[in-house]
Write a protein that binds this ligand. Structure first.
Ligand code: GTP
Ligand code: MG
Length: 594
């Protein structure tokens, strides 16, 4: 039933691996399933015996009262074993639930861990909605496979086999006649599988697409509203939803094409039994009781046949879903600690050096950084300026090793960044990203995100450094104000200031600000510049900025154009040089005068 895939383990092998700790229970559960299906023979078997008893009583002119012992024994056995069967079924269901939930728990945790530890490339490859589908819907298909599909397979097999064996024990010829048409079912089901497998793959993709759309539109709701695109988005979703529904219907239709044949065969069974069995009785080859047992058990042959389509369907759903999960499960981030990575528990001095660094995104067409060389000495402030898209954000992402250069070296304190343990490197870098993301937490919680043990006074201090304390105090609940998803309820500049406080709160040796004051007013920015120059700890600052007012006090300014440093020096030198920077100064000062 399983096809080869590109992963280190087969799907079922992978499932087995993740059943760790629950494997014994799973095996017991499988045996339980086999047991309660063999016990299905009880009622037909004893019914047959009872009929034979009645017949004997009648034929020999005895009274049933003389055979009361046998009668009650048969009834008692039938009821007793049936009750036992019910208990086995109950315990078995519980066992499957425990195994499947336990496995699910393990895989879910593992996946979350995997996703958290991925590198930037992973996050630019996978969309959130798609990842969410993997850890919800796809995982549920895996649970369903353990709790239902595998169990149904065992159930159908044991039911079919035990009934078949029982038939053979009663009468070989009748058994052969009845079972002769069953191999046809396998042919039909195999053909069905080939048809339905690709549809399940498509179905799963459509669900992921739909989830991605929903997730993007819900979190991007403001944009939808701003452009009055609600109707468009609703219609678009409606289409996706319709498409998903139609594919679901198609899947069912595929089964419907095969269904009549399966039903035909399943329904032919009792007819064959009636015909052949009747003839056997006429010729005195089997007893009435055997005939009754046969006819009461014929469903045990027919039902597994009917179930096979369903089982195959669900197994294909599991295959499509587990492929998606295993893709993440077995994915490895490229940027990881080297085996001989250097531990650096202490602070860095903060020297940052770029030496002939060139870089191109793996999926990008053009190089983004070209031969970048500069040094930021400990405690220095280096400003990076340049038009949009020139590579500023890409450049600073090399320092915490979010990406690695294609050539050249980035060093911190004289050691190439890839030599350090990632955690030690990143713990020392305070980064305020261009796209500010605040957690749904209090302001205090957001500021102390990287430094959990902060006291309230310290939180207040970092808020002051980032000129945020005034507006926080004006909020009704101060530092306890919950800032919603993506910081709803705060202005752009307020969010930026909280993100700056968060970066400062870890007392980094290297502080990187990516356009962090672009949304604050000039006056506030001045305050921030002032506090950044007077922090109570030393740190190297790398500041991306658009305003001359920010770059003016930097020890070094790098002017970036198309991924290359075209000018570098301090404000005075660059103005004197009369190049791009000098033009920018004229432009901005001119603007502020006008
Ligand atoms: P602003 O933030 O707008 O001022 O621009 P920037 O100077 O920070 O530019 P950035 O470094 O973000 O981008 C430089 C170039 O790299 C641009 O041409 C982008 O299109 C490209 N780029 C940025 N991020 C990615 C990415 O994740 N993948 C790919 N393939 N290209 C990217
Ligand atoms: Mg940028």
């Amino acid at each position: 039933m399983e096809k080869k895939n590109q992963f280190p383990k087969s799907r079922l092998g992978w499932l087995w691996e993740n059943m760790e700790g629950k494997r014994a229970l799973f095996i017991i559960a499988l045996f339980g399933t086999a047991l309660y299906n063999v016990l299905q023979l009880v009622v037909p078997h004893y019914s047959g015996k009872l009929v034979n008893l009645f017949q004997k009583v009648e034929d020999e002119g005895l009274s049933l009262a003389d055979n009361a012992d046998t009668f009650y024994r048969l009834i008692f056995l039938m009821v007793g074993l049936t009750l036992f069967r019910v208990i086995v079924v109950y315990l078995d269901c519980m066992a499957y639930e425990r195994v499947s939930q336990g496995t699910l728990f393990r895989i879910r945790n593992f996946l979350y861990d995997k996703i958290q530890r991925q590198d930037m490339k992973f996050y630019s490859t996978y969309r959130t909605g798609d990842l969410m589908t993997r850890v919800t819907g796809d995982l549920d298909a895996v649970r369903h496979n353990i709790a239902w599909v595998i169990r149904c397979i065992v159930e159908s097999l044991t039911l079919f086999l035990s009934a078949a064996v029982y038939f053979f024990l009663i009468d070989v010829k009748l058994a052969l006649c009845v079972l002769s048409i069953s191999p046809l079912i396998f042919v039909i089901v195999l053909r069905f599988r080939n048809k339905v497998a690709p549809i399940h793959k498509a179905l799963r993709e459509k669900l992921a697409g739909m989830n991605t759309d929903a997730q993007e539109n819900i979190s991007g709701n403001r944009v939808v509203k701003a452009f009055a695109r609600e109707d468009y988005e609703i219609e678009h979703f409606d289409k996706t939803n319709r498409d998903y529904r139609d594919t679901n219907v198609t899947t069912q239709k595929v089964w419907l094409k095969f269904f009549p044949f399966v039903e035909l065969i399943a329904n032919a069974l009792p007819v064959i039994l009636l015909l052949v069995g009747g003839m056997f009785i006429i010729h005195g080859q089997i007893s009435m009781g055997d005939y009754v047992a046969f006819s009461l058990l014929i469903w045990a042959i027919a039902n597994p046949m009917r179930m096979m389509g369903n089982i195959m369907n669900e197994f294909q759903r599991f295959s499509a879903a587990s492929d998606k999960i295993m893709e993440i499960y077995y994915s490895e981030p490229e940027i990881v600690d080297r085996p001989d990575a250097l531990a650096h528990p202490d602070r860095f001095d903060g020297r940052v050096e770029f030496e002939h660094v060139s870089f191109q995104y793996e999926d990008g067409k053009l190089p983004v950084l070209k031969d970048i060389t500069f040094t930021a000495e400990p405690g220095e402030t280096v400003a990076i300026i340049g038009e949009t898209g020139c590579g500023k954000t890409s450049l600073i992402q090399m320092i915490p090793r979010f990406y690695e250069p294609n050539s050249g070296t980035v060093r911190v304190d004289g050691v190439p960044v890839e030599r350090y343990k990632l955690q030690d490197l990143r713990k020392n870098i305070g980064l305020a990203t261009q796209d500010v993301l605040l957690y749904s937490d209090t302001i205090e919680g957001n500021i102390s995100y990287g430094a959990m043990a902060l006291t309230a006074e310290e939180v207040e201090k970092y808020a002051r450094y980032s000129a945020a304390s005034d507006f926080i105090h004006r909020m009704p609940e101060g530092y306890d104000t919950i800032v919603g998803e993506r910081g709803v309820g705060l202005s752009g500049g307020q969010k930026q200031r909280i993100s700056l406080a968060r970066a400062l709160a870890i007392k980094p040796s290297i502080l990187i600000l990516d356009d962090t004051t672009s949304a604050v007013d000039m006056e506030t920015e001045k305050q921030i510049q002032h506090s950044l120059r007077n922090l109570d700890f030393s740190c190297t600052k790398i500041i991306i900025a658009q305003r001359i007012s920010t770059t003016k006090f930097a020890d070094k300014i790098l002017v970036l154009k198309d991924g290359r440093i075209i000018e570098s020096g301090n404000h005075k030198d660059l103005v004197a040089a009369g190049g791009y920077y000098a033009d920018l100064v004229k432009l901005q000062l001119g603007e502020s005068i006008a």
